[in-house]
Design a protein around this ligand. Structure first.
Ligand code: SF4
Length: 97
C-alpha cells in the first residue's frame, strides 16, 4: 500500500472561496494592534492572512480565511473588532478530495 503525501498548501488549494467584497467578516483596529507587543495573529493564522506592512503595522485581508476562529481566540488585546462568519453563500467551501 502506498500513501500519497500532499502538502498543506496543495490541500488548501482544493477549497473554493466566494469572497463577500461588500462585507468583511473580520475587521481589525490597526491602532490597537500597533500597541500589541506579541501579535499572536502573525503566528497562529493557518492561512497566514496577518502580516506586517513596511511601516510595521498589521495588515489583514479576509479573503482566503478558513473560518477557524483561531485569531479571535488568540487576540488578547481586542484588536480584532469584528469576527463573524461570512454571510450565507459566501466564504470557504471545503473540498477534501
Ligand atoms: S479565522 Fe482562522 S483562517 Fe481566518 S483569519 Fe482567523 S486564524 Fe486566519
Amino acid at each position: 500500500m502506498t500513501i500519497d503525501i500532499v502538502s498543506a498548501p496543495e490541500l488548501l488549494s482544493n477549497n473554493k472561496f466566494n469572497v463577500d467584497e461588500e462585507n468583511a467578516h473580520i475587521a481589525i483596529n490597526v491602532e490597537i494592534c500597533r500597541n500589541c507587543a506579541d501579535k499572536p495573529c502573525l503566528y497562529v493564522c493557518p492561512a497566514v492572512l496577518y502580516r506586517l506592512d513596511k511601516n510595521g503595522d498589521l495588515s489583514f485581508d479576509y479573503a482566503g480565511c478558513l473560518e477557524c476562529g483561531t485569531c479571535r481566540v488568540m487576540c488578547q488585546q481586542k484588536g480584532i473588532v469584528k469576527w463573524q462568519y461570512p454571510r450565507g453563500g459566501f466564504g470557504i467551501s471545503y473540498r477534501f478530495g
